[in-house]
Design a protein around this ligand. Sequence first.
Ligand code: ADP
Ligand code: AMP
Length: 263
Amino acid sequence: MGMSQTGIQGQNFGPGLTKSVEFLGSVAKRPNKPAPEIGEPGPVLLVGAPGVGKGTQADNLAKLWGVPKISTGDILRANVANGTALGVQADRIMKLGGLVPDQIMTEMVADRLDLSDTATGFILDGFPRTVRQAQWLDGYLSIQRRGAHLGVISMCMDLEQIVKRVIYRRVCPLCKTVYNAQYIPPKQVGRCDKDGSELEQRSDDSLEVFQTRLDVFKQETEPLIQYYRDHSLFIEVDADKPPTLVTRDIVAGLMGLRTLMSR
Ligand code: ADP
Ligand code: AMP
Protein backbone atom coordinates (compact mmCIF):
# COMPACT_ATOMS: atom_id res chain seq x y z
CA MET A 1 0.00 0.00 0.00
CA GLY A 2 1.25 3.51 -0.71
CA MET A 3 1.78 6.12 1.93
CA SER A 4 -1.73 7.55 2.10
CA GLN A 5 -4.92 5.89 3.17
CA THR A 6 -6.34 5.29 -0.26
CA GLY A 7 -9.30 3.26 0.85
CA ILE A 8 -12.65 4.96 0.97
CA GLN A 9 -14.26 4.55 4.33
CA GLY A 10 -13.11 1.07 5.18
CA GLN A 11 -12.45 -0.05 1.65
CA ASN A 12 -9.07 -1.60 1.07
CA PHE A 13 -7.58 -1.61 -2.38
CA GLY A 14 -5.09 -4.32 -1.49
CA PRO A 15 -1.35 -4.31 -2.02
CA GLY A 16 0.42 -1.42 -3.72
CA LEU A 17 -0.27 -0.88 -7.36
CA THR A 18 2.39 -1.95 -9.78
CA LYS A 19 3.89 1.00 -11.53
CA SER A 20 3.71 0.95 -15.28
CA VAL A 21 3.23 4.49 -16.42
CA GLU A 22 3.52 4.54 -20.16
CA PHE A 23 1.62 7.72 -20.81
CA LEU A 24 2.88 10.94 -19.32
CA GLY A 25 1.59 13.24 -22.08
CA SER A 26 3.85 14.92 -24.58
CA VAL A 27 6.39 17.63 -23.97
CA ALA A 28 4.65 20.96 -24.52
CA LYS A 29 6.11 23.30 -27.12
CA ARG A 30 6.79 26.75 -25.85
CA PRO A 31 4.95 28.81 -28.46
CA ASN A 32 5.41 32.24 -26.99
CA LYS A 33 7.41 33.69 -24.16
CA PRO A 34 5.12 35.39 -21.67
CA ALA A 35 4.90 39.19 -21.86
CA PRO A 36 7.36 40.79 -19.39
CA GLU A 37 4.54 42.16 -17.22
CA ILE A 38 3.20 38.62 -16.79
CA GLY A 39 6.61 37.22 -15.84
CA GLU A 40 7.78 33.63 -15.41
CA PRO A 41 5.37 31.67 -13.22
CA GLY A 42 7.79 29.19 -11.65
CA PRO A 43 6.08 26.13 -10.20
CA VAL A 44 2.38 26.70 -9.59
CA LEU A 45 -0.20 24.50 -7.91
CA LEU A 46 -3.98 24.76 -8.28
CA VAL A 47 -5.81 23.19 -5.37
CA GLY A 48 -9.51 22.96 -4.64
CA ALA A 49 -12.52 20.67 -4.53
CA PRO A 50 -13.20 18.31 -7.43
CA GLY A 51 -14.98 20.30 -10.15
CA VAL A 52 -14.07 23.76 -8.87
CA GLY A 53 -12.38 24.56 -12.21
CA LYS A 54 -8.70 23.65 -11.69
CA GLY A 55 -8.25 22.01 -15.09
CA THR A 56 -9.93 24.91 -16.88
CA GLN A 57 -7.65 27.41 -15.15
CA ALA A 58 -4.58 25.23 -15.63
CA ASP A 59 -5.26 25.25 -19.40
CA ASN A 60 -5.63 29.05 -19.44
CA LEU A 61 -2.48 29.63 -17.38
CA ALA A 62 -0.44 27.12 -19.37
CA LYS A 63 -1.33 28.95 -22.60
CA LEU A 64 -0.69 32.35 -21.08
CA TRP A 65 2.69 31.47 -19.64
CA GLY A 66 3.80 28.92 -22.25
CA VAL A 67 4.48 26.25 -19.63
CA PRO A 68 2.99 22.75 -19.34
CA LYS A 69 -0.10 21.82 -17.41
CA ILE A 70 0.55 18.65 -15.42
CA SER A 71 -2.74 17.01 -14.54
CA THR A 72 -2.36 13.73 -12.68
CA GLY A 73 -6.02 12.93 -13.42
CA ASP A 74 -5.34 13.32 -17.17
CA ILE A 75 -2.21 11.15 -16.96
CA LEU A 76 -4.12 8.45 -15.09
CA ARG A 77 -7.02 8.59 -17.57
CA ALA A 78 -4.56 8.24 -20.48
CA ASN A 79 -3.19 5.11 -18.79
CA VAL A 80 -6.72 3.78 -18.30
CA ALA A 81 -7.59 4.46 -21.96
CA ASN A 82 -4.41 2.71 -23.09
CA GLY A 83 -4.85 -0.28 -20.79
CA THR A 84 -1.47 -0.08 -19.03
CA ALA A 85 -1.02 -2.10 -15.83
CA LEU A 86 -1.33 1.09 -13.82
CA GLY A 87 -4.39 2.15 -15.81
CA VAL A 88 -6.21 -1.11 -15.15
CA GLN A 89 -5.68 -0.85 -11.41
CA ALA A 90 -6.18 2.92 -11.10
CA ASP A 91 -9.48 2.66 -13.00
CA ARG A 92 -11.01 0.71 -10.12
CA ILE A 93 -10.01 3.34 -7.60
CA MET A 94 -10.99 6.32 -9.76
CA LYS A 95 -14.44 4.91 -10.54
CA LEU A 96 -15.10 4.70 -6.80
CA GLY A 97 -13.76 8.18 -6.14
CA GLY A 98 -10.74 7.09 -4.06
CA LEU A 99 -7.11 8.17 -4.24
CA VAL A 100 -4.34 6.30 -6.03
CA PRO A 101 -1.49 5.52 -3.56
CA ASP A 102 0.97 8.33 -2.88
CA GLN A 103 4.03 6.43 -4.02
CA ILE A 104 2.56 5.72 -7.43
CA MET A 105 1.62 9.36 -7.78
CA THR A 106 4.98 10.78 -6.70
CA GLU A 107 6.88 8.49 -9.08
CA MET A 108 4.55 9.46 -11.89
CA VAL A 109 5.01 13.16 -11.21
CA ALA A 110 8.79 12.79 -10.86
CA ASP A 111 8.88 11.16 -14.31
CA ARG A 112 6.78 13.97 -15.78
CA LEU A 113 8.82 16.74 -14.15
CA ASP A 114 11.95 15.19 -15.64
CA LEU A 115 10.80 16.22 -19.11
CA SER A 116 12.56 19.29 -20.47
CA ASP A 117 9.52 21.55 -20.87
CA THR A 118 9.21 22.14 -17.12
CA ALA A 119 12.41 24.21 -16.84
CA THR A 120 10.81 27.68 -16.50
CA GLY A 121 7.69 26.58 -14.71
CA PHE A 122 4.72 24.25 -14.69
CA ILE A 123 1.12 24.21 -13.53
CA LEU A 124 0.18 21.32 -11.27
CA ASP A 125 -3.49 20.36 -11.43
CA GLY A 126 -4.67 17.67 -9.01
CA PHE A 127 -1.29 16.97 -7.41
CA PRO A 128 -0.47 17.09 -4.51
CA ARG A 129 -3.72 15.88 -3.02
CA THR A 130 -2.41 14.62 0.33
CA VAL A 131 0.02 16.06 2.88
CA ARG A 132 2.44 13.20 2.12
CA GLN A 133 2.44 14.13 -1.57
CA ALA A 134 3.06 17.77 -0.61
CA GLN A 135 5.99 16.78 1.58
CA TRP A 136 7.45 14.84 -1.32
CA LEU A 137 7.02 17.87 -3.61
CA ASP A 138 8.75 20.14 -1.08
CA GLY A 139 11.72 17.77 -1.07
CA TYR A 140 11.74 17.59 -4.85
CA LEU A 141 11.68 21.37 -5.27
CA SER A 142 14.36 21.91 -2.69
CA ILE A 143 16.74 19.30 -4.13
CA GLN A 144 15.97 19.21 -7.86
CA ARG A 145 14.87 22.84 -8.34
CA ARG A 146 17.24 24.64 -6.00
CA GLY A 147 14.50 25.56 -3.56
CA ALA A 148 12.11 27.09 -6.13
CA HIS A 149 9.08 28.54 -4.37
CA LEU A 150 5.77 26.91 -5.18
CA GLY A 151 2.92 29.33 -5.86
CA VAL A 152 -0.22 27.81 -4.37
CA ILE A 153 -3.62 28.93 -5.64
CA SER A 154 -6.52 27.74 -3.54
CA MET A 155 -9.72 27.91 -5.57
CA CYS A 156 -12.78 28.49 -3.38
CA MET A 157 -16.45 28.11 -4.13
CA ASP A 158 -19.70 27.11 -2.51
CA LEU A 159 -20.01 23.31 -2.71
CA GLU A 160 -23.63 23.47 -3.91
CA GLN A 161 -22.50 25.33 -7.01
CA ILE A 162 -19.61 22.94 -7.62
CA VAL A 163 -22.01 19.99 -7.89
CA LYS A 164 -23.58 21.57 -10.97
CA ARG A 165 -20.19 22.05 -12.57
CA VAL A 166 -19.47 18.36 -12.10
CA ILE A 167 -22.84 17.00 -13.18
CA TYR A 168 -22.83 19.04 -16.39
CA ARG A 169 -19.13 18.49 -17.21
CA ARG A 170 -18.62 17.08 -20.70
CA VAL A 171 -15.28 16.08 -22.21
CA CYS A 172 -14.11 15.51 -25.77
CA PRO A 173 -12.70 11.97 -25.90
CA LEU A 174 -10.32 12.98 -28.70
CA CYS A 175 -8.78 16.37 -27.84
CA LYS A 176 -9.81 16.31 -24.12
CA THR A 177 -11.33 19.80 -24.23
CA VAL A 178 -13.62 20.24 -21.23
CA TYR A 179 -17.05 21.86 -21.61
CA ASN A 180 -20.01 22.35 -19.37
CA ALA A 181 -23.43 21.60 -20.81
CA GLN A 182 -24.90 24.40 -18.72
CA TYR A 183 -22.19 27.03 -18.26
CA ILE A 184 -19.64 26.53 -21.04
CA PRO A 185 -21.59 24.75 -23.77
CA PRO A 186 -20.17 23.74 -27.14
CA LYS A 187 -21.59 25.54 -30.21
CA GLN A 188 -23.42 22.39 -31.28
CA VAL A 189 -25.11 20.42 -28.50
CA GLY A 190 -23.03 17.40 -27.48
CA ARG A 191 -20.26 17.96 -30.08
CA CYS A 192 -16.72 19.21 -29.64
CA ASP A 193 -16.12 22.64 -31.25
CA LYS A 194 -12.62 21.60 -32.30
CA ASP A 195 -13.10 18.19 -33.92
CA GLY A 196 -16.84 17.42 -33.86
CA SER A 197 -16.44 14.34 -31.62
CA GLU A 198 -19.38 13.34 -29.47
CA LEU A 199 -18.79 14.67 -25.97
CA GLU A 200 -18.69 12.24 -23.05
CA GLN A 201 -19.34 12.33 -19.33
CA ARG A 202 -16.58 11.13 -17.00
CA SER A 203 -17.45 7.89 -15.23
CA ASP A 204 -16.68 9.51 -11.86
CA ASP A 205 -18.96 12.50 -12.45
CA SER A 206 -22.11 10.84 -11.11
CA LEU A 207 -23.71 12.38 -8.03
CA GLU A 208 -22.87 9.33 -5.95
CA VAL A 209 -19.17 9.19 -6.80
CA PHE A 210 -18.90 12.96 -6.52
CA GLN A 211 -20.11 12.69 -2.92
CA THR A 212 -17.28 10.24 -2.17
CA ARG A 213 -14.72 12.44 -3.94
CA LEU A 214 -15.90 15.36 -1.84
CA ASP A 215 -15.50 13.30 1.36
CA VAL A 216 -11.99 12.30 0.27
CA PHE A 217 -11.24 15.96 -0.50
CA LYS A 218 -12.35 17.02 2.98
CA GLN A 219 -10.39 14.26 4.66
CA GLU A 220 -7.16 14.26 2.63
CA THR A 221 -6.88 17.54 0.73
CA GLU A 222 -8.27 20.18 3.09
CA PRO A 223 -5.44 19.49 5.58
CA LEU A 224 -3.06 20.03 2.68
CA ILE A 225 -4.51 23.49 2.06
CA GLN A 226 -3.83 24.30 5.70
CA TYR A 227 -0.28 22.96 5.29
CA TYR A 228 0.36 25.35 2.39
CA ARG A 229 -1.35 28.27 4.07
CA ASP A 230 1.36 28.10 6.70
CA HIS A 231 4.49 27.86 4.62
CA SER A 232 4.30 28.98 1.02
CA LEU A 233 3.36 31.62 -1.46
CA PHE A 234 -0.36 31.15 -0.96
CA ILE A 235 -3.38 32.91 -2.42
CA GLU A 236 -7.09 32.23 -2.34
CA VAL A 237 -9.25 33.07 -5.32
CA ASP A 238 -13.00 33.17 -5.71
CA ALA A 239 -13.70 30.51 -8.35
CA ASP A 240 -17.36 31.49 -8.71
CA LYS A 241 -16.76 33.86 -11.63
CA PRO A 242 -16.44 33.45 -15.40
CA PRO A 243 -13.21 31.60 -16.28
CA THR A 244 -11.38 34.62 -17.74
CA LEU A 245 -11.98 36.63 -14.56
CA VAL A 246 -10.71 33.78 -12.39
CA THR A 247 -7.58 33.59 -14.58
CA ARG A 248 -7.07 37.35 -14.21
CA ASP A 249 -7.33 37.12 -10.41
CA ILE A 250 -4.86 34.23 -10.26
CA VAL A 251 -2.27 36.00 -12.42
CA ALA A 252 -2.62 39.27 -10.50
CA GLY A 253 -2.42 37.54 -7.12
CA LEU A 254 0.53 35.35 -7.94
CA MET A 255 2.57 37.99 -9.73
CA GLY A 256 1.89 40.41 -6.87
CA LEU A 257 3.26 37.92 -4.35
CA ARG A 258 6.29 36.99 -6.46
CA THR A 259 7.15 40.68 -6.92
CA LEU A 260 6.91 41.25 -3.18
CA MET A 261 9.17 38.25 -2.56
CA SER A 262 11.82 39.42 -5.02
CA ARG A 263 12.24 42.78 -3.24
P1 ADP B 1 -11.57 20.41 -11.94
O1 ADP B 1 -10.33 20.27 -12.79
O2 ADP B 1 -11.34 21.24 -10.71
O3 ADP B 1 -12.21 19.11 -11.63
P2 ADP B 1 -12.80 21.50 -14.38
O4 ADP B 1 -11.85 22.57 -14.83
O5 ADP B 1 -12.81 20.23 -15.15
O6 ADP B 1 -12.63 21.24 -12.79
O7 ADP B 1 -14.25 22.17 -14.38
C1 ADP B 1 -15.39 21.44 -13.91
C2 ADP B 1 -16.59 21.84 -14.77
O8 ADP B 1 -16.91 23.21 -14.53
C3 ADP B 1 -16.36 21.74 -16.28
O9 ADP B 1 -17.58 21.36 -16.88
C4 ADP B 1 -15.97 23.16 -16.69
O10 ADP B 1 -16.30 23.43 -18.05
C5 ADP B 1 -16.80 23.99 -15.73
N1 ADP B 1 -16.17 25.25 -15.34
C6 ADP B 1 -14.85 25.45 -15.05
N2 ADP B 1 -14.63 26.74 -14.69
C7 ADP B 1 -15.84 27.35 -14.74
C8 ADP B 1 -16.29 28.69 -14.48
N3 ADP B 1 -15.42 29.64 -14.07
N4 ADP B 1 -17.60 28.97 -14.62
C9 ADP B 1 -18.48 27.99 -15.02
N5 ADP B 1 -18.13 26.73 -15.28
C10 ADP B 1 -16.82 26.40 -15.15
P1 AMP C 1 -9.07 14.65 -11.34
O1 AMP C 1 -8.99 14.55 -12.83
O2 AMP C 1 -8.05 15.57 -10.76
O3 AMP C 1 -10.48 14.95 -10.88
O4 AMP C 1 -8.70 13.19 -10.78
C1 AMP C 1 -9.51 12.07 -11.08
C2 AMP C 1 -9.13 10.91 -10.16
O5 AMP C 1 -7.77 10.52 -10.38
C3 AMP C 1 -9.20 11.21 -8.66
O6 AMP C 1 -10.54 11.08 -8.16
C4 AMP C 1 -8.25 10.13 -8.10
O7 AMP C 1 -8.86 8.86 -8.11
C5 AMP C 1 -7.15 10.10 -9.15
N1 AMP C 1 -6.08 11.07 -8.83
C6 AMP C 1 -5.72 12.18 -9.55
N2 AMP C 1 -4.72 12.84 -8.98
C7 AMP C 1 -4.41 12.14 -7.85
C8 AMP C 1 -3.46 12.32 -6.80
N3 AMP C 1 -2.62 13.37 -6.79
N4 AMP C 1 -3.41 11.40 -5.82
C9 AMP C 1 -4.23 10.34 -5.82
N5 AMP C 1 -5.16 10.11 -6.76
C10 AMP C 1 -5.26 11.00 -7.77
